[in-house]
Structures are given as C-alpha cells and as structure tokens.
Design a protein around this ligand. Structure first.
Ligand SMILES: *Cc1c(COP(=O)(O)O)cnc(C)c1O
Length: 390
C-alpha cells in the first residue's frame, strides 16, 4: 500500500476493517469473546483492556480520521474524558478549562476533582488571553471545547496550542461538535482529541460511546488508567459504531450544508431575532472559524422574537423533534434554559447569554425546504393562536 493519505470517505468506509478470511463477507465480523487464549500470544486480549479485535480495529479508523497514531473507544463520552483527565492530572496538579463547556464535563470536574486533590480554574472567557491568565505554576493540562454549546463560540485552537507549548503544558479538546469532518485539531497543534461518539460518530441517536485519539505515548498513559476505571464499550456496540462511522463523512457534510442554508435563512427571518452559527459573517469569530475548520458544523442556535414562546414552539414542531441529545441524522431542537442551563438562575443565564428565547438546533439530513416549512408553519400557528387570544 502507498503511504499517501486516504481521503475522508475512504477512511470512513475502509480503514480499520477486519477482513473476513473464512467466509469473505463484505463487512467486519463481530468478535464477542470476552475470553481469549493467553499462552504464547503477543497480545493478551480482554474487553476491559480495550483490545478485542473490534475495539482494536475501529480505533484505527478513529486515529486515521483525527490524524493521530492511536485511539481508544470508550463506553461513553464521559468515560473518555474522565479517563483522559485522570491519566494526565494527579494530586496537586492544575487544569485550565474553558468556561463554556459541556455540562457533564463541568460536573465531573467540580464533583470529582476535589476528591483527587486536583485543582482547576474555569477561564473567564474563551480568548487566548483568558487562558493565559488562568495558568498557574502547577498547570499540567489546558482543555478547550470549540465550537461550544450552545452559543457556538469559537476558540483559537492554534493560539491555545502555541501558548501551551511555550509553557510545556499539554492540551486537549472536545471535538464532538465539529467532528473530524469539519475540524482536525491535531494538525493545529493540540495533543489529545476526545469525542462523545454518542453524537456524530454514532449519528443515528442509538449508540452511547466515546473516543480519545493521540500519540501512541499519550494513549499508553490513558490505557493504563482506562484499564483500571473500566470504561470500555461492548463489542456489539463497537460493531454498530463501525457501521455508523462508514457514513460519517456523508452525513456530516450534508448536515453542515443544511446548517449553512438554514442559518442564512433564519438570519433573515422576521420572527428570529438572532442566529449563532460560525459560518455566518455576523458571527464574531467567523474569520477564526474559517481559518481552523473545514466546514462550520451542523449545530446552530437562534433566538425567537419576544412574542413567541420557546416551549410552545418546540411542542408544535412536527418534523423537527424536541430532543436532549444531538447530532443524529434527524433534526432536533432543545431550549437550553429548560434543559442544560435549567439549574442556573435567570440572572446567571443572562450573564452567560442564554435567553429564554434561545433554541439550539441540531441540523439533520432532511431536505432544507421541509425543515423551513416546519419552522414557518409552527411560527404561523403560534402567531394565529395569539391573535385569537387577543
Ligand atoms: C454529549 C457530549 C459529551 C458527553 O458524552 P456522553 O456520550 O453523553 O457521555 C461530551 N461533550 C460534548 C460536547 C457532548 O455533546
């Protein structure tokens, strides 16, 4: 085989296939053994060692997609991130972490780090200066998330990598929202990339999984902690994840194209007061996003005008589902003030820019015209109801 890099959809379809030598089937066989021979073998295989055939081979696909030497698959995105953090942080160490972050990651840091004696600082903002001013003499890791949830802020990946390298600090990124289709942080200097594979990797809202990709050296450190924490994924689900990932490029590219069209349309819509999408020229970090992403992703947020109720809007949508999770092939919405940010006070929500009118939109693969019609019909219905109530 030539050393030339394969293209995205070829990697998605073929890298990490297990050849079915016995029957010559077209897809990877599923190996469900939890017990493997241990005499005279090079690799002691065991599911919790992350090295069953299906785990080992699918990791190759993820590593190829993220341009790393190695990768590991976990039972959830949180298993991936917690194992990664605990592999590089110990008692007395300090983590600098972005203020706008997935809620589960915030909970893990706030609830578990004190038990381990690990210190942390949430940045005040997401500029490189905000990260720099949070660094301490014992800082060992900087963790970022871009684009972030739910306002799609964009962090300067190159800037953070450069800052960290100048101080010999490691960097990690939650690349879930962009996916490797739209963003390859390793090429921009980041050390470790993690994913909630529950989202775009799975893509059909039927798998819970996670992944980390990095150098062989870093992955070995993560493996050493991972085998103790035990967050491996069952091989049946690993197999399903492989099946899903074959269409990762196709799905995410279509979803990204749809999101761009919808963001432009929503921006002009008289009943939408604001749209948050890095692909729009009005997004404050549009130029930065352009310089570090291949595409702007398929997540966006928008604010309904004050006369429309966000809860009723979601309830009346027909095609677009109201759903907690994201990144499936079906379009879904949530209202952050009722879900991810429900525990904050109104004042706290306002401080982080989450209004009651805000809707987060995970754009699917449906035809854009059908999605537009669903939104328009719903808005018209709500407006008509209001007229009748007057
Ligand atoms: C969902 C999500 C996670 C957590 O992943 P799980 O698979 O639910 O454990 C982490 N980061 C981001 C950005 C997510 O959207």
């Amino acid at each position: 085989m030539s050393k030339q890099k394969k293209g995205l959809n070829t990697i998605c379809t073929h890298v990490g296939e297990i050849k079915d030598k016995q029957f010559k089937g077209a897809v990877s066989p599923m190996f469900l053994s939890s017990s493997y021979e241990f005499l005279d073998v090079d690799v002691k295989r065991y599911p919790r060692y992350f090295n069953t055939p299906n785990q080992e081979y699918l990791s190759k696909k993820i590593a190829a997609l993220e341009h790393t030497e190695a990768a590991m698959i976990f039972g959830s995105g949180m298993a991936a991130i917690s194992t990664m953090f605990l592999a590089f942080l110990q008692k007395g160490d300090h983590l600098v972490v972005q203020n706008t972050l997935y809620g589960g990651t915030v909970n893990f840091i706030q609830e578990e780090f004190p038990k381990y004696g690990i210190e942390y600082t949430f940045t005040n903002g997401y500029s490189v200066e905000d990260f720099e001013s949070a660094i301490q003499s014992n800082t060992k890791l900087i963790h970022i998330e871009t684009p972030s949830n739910p306002l799609m802020t964009v962090t300067d990946i190159r800037g953070i990598s450069k800052l960290a390298k100048s101080k010999s600090i490691l960097t990690s990124i939650d690349n879930t929202f962009a996916s490797p289709v739209n963003q390859n942080p390793i090429d921009l200097g980041i050390d470790m990339v993690m994913h909630s594979a529950t989202k775009y990797f799975g893509g059909h809202s039927d798998i819970c999984a996670g992944a980390v990709a990095s150098t062989r050296e870093h992955m070995e450190r993560i493996w050493n902690v991972g085998k103790n924490l035990g967050g491996s994924l069952s091989d049946m689900t690993v197999w399903l994840l492989e099946r899903s990932m074959k269409t990762l490029g196709l799905r995410v590219k279509t979803q990204t194209k749809n999101a761009m069209k919808l963001a432009k349309w929503l921006e002009k819509h008289p009943k939408i007061s604001k749209v948050y999408y890095p692909g729009l020229k009005t997004h404050p970090e549009h130029q930065l996003a352009k310089s570090q992403m291949h595409g702007f992703g398929a997540m966006l947020s928008f604010e309904l005008t004050k006369d429309l109720d966000a809860y009723k809007f979601q309830k009346n949508l027909k095609l677009i589902k109201s759903s907690m999770s994201l990144a499936g092939i079906e379009s879904t919405v949530i209202s952050p003030h009722l879900t991810s940010h429900a525990l904050l006070t109104e004042a706290e929500r306002q401080a982080v820019g989450i209004s009651d009118q805000l809707i987060r939109f995970s754009v699917g693969i449906e035809e854009v015209k059908d999605l537009k019609r669903d939104i328009n019909k719903t808005i018209n219905k709500l407006l008509k109801k209001q007229e009748m109530a007057v």
